[in-house]
Design a protein around this ligand. Sequence first.
Ligand code: DAH
Length: 336
Amino acid sequence: MDIVEEIKEIARRAKEQVEKINSASDLLSWEKSVLGRKSRLSQLMRNIKDLPLEQRREAGHIANQVKQELQEIAAKLKSSLQQAEKQKQVDVTWPGEKPQRGHLHPVSLVQRELEDIFASLGFIIEDGPELESEYYNFDALNIPAYHPARDMQDTFFTVGGDVLRTHTSPIQVRAMQKYGAPLRLIAPGRVFRYEASDASHDFVFHQVEGLMIDKDISIANLIAIAKEFLSRIFTQDVEVRVRPGFFPFVEPGFEMDLTCILCQGKGCSACKRTGWMEFMGAGLVHPRVLEAGGIDPQEFSGFAFGFGLDRLIMLKYRIDDIRLFHSGDVRFLQQF
Ligand code: DAH
């Protein structure tokens, strides 16, 4: 066989063999057999110098090319075998890096707690649109056209004449129309007011509406339910008291206070030494509102209440600025 042909044959066979190698020791013996001093290739290369000039040139060129190619193959395979070996040595019992996990926002957290409490009392959780019609936000709730709440100063109106709901009360009538009586629900949600913000006011905040309609519902039921859910959410016994208050959608209407949860009613600076904190609006559902909901006020009566969820959370966690809730400040959020 011509020397050039033989070198090419050596290369072909060496490449065929190397395909099957998967250990460092096999690689080493392969290297030795094809590239070692005693290999046929080395032997042929030593003989090249004795060839006639023309042949010498060609054979020398091919031989060097083959040698280099085989060396490159060996180097490449060596590093990939080393890599595989390293991976085998990874200690699978080594503790992993803890991934950063998110958690619920304090508003969601307490909202869910409230939902659980009310669900256990037989209340359903109802939702309603944030972009609301003037009818459900005002008219259906017996809020007359001249009422100051409708003022452009307080309400965000859309060009189309709808409003961003200013309270969760519109869900009352929507739910009455949907379910009829008897009915027990709470409706938590975002509400919007066109006003300047400070530590205790924001233009977006959260309310929870409550509604219970049945035969012979009275203020006594309202007080019992309020005491129950407030004691559970604050994890301490609280008392409530009612004072007369006016809201167009209830008659009679009340302001409901609860014992100051900071001093347990003894009197402190937070409750201005009275032992009481203003908490929510409530009352017996106005007959006109029941009628708007398609419920006969002769047959059924009900109570309703509405409170600021953010304020409840601020009391529960001693937070002093309502604007923190949607500040997006992780230092605040990480505390929950
Ligand atoms: N909607 C009232 C507000 O935004 C709160 C309220 C008061 C709700 C009395 C009620 C209620 O259901 O009976 O200030």
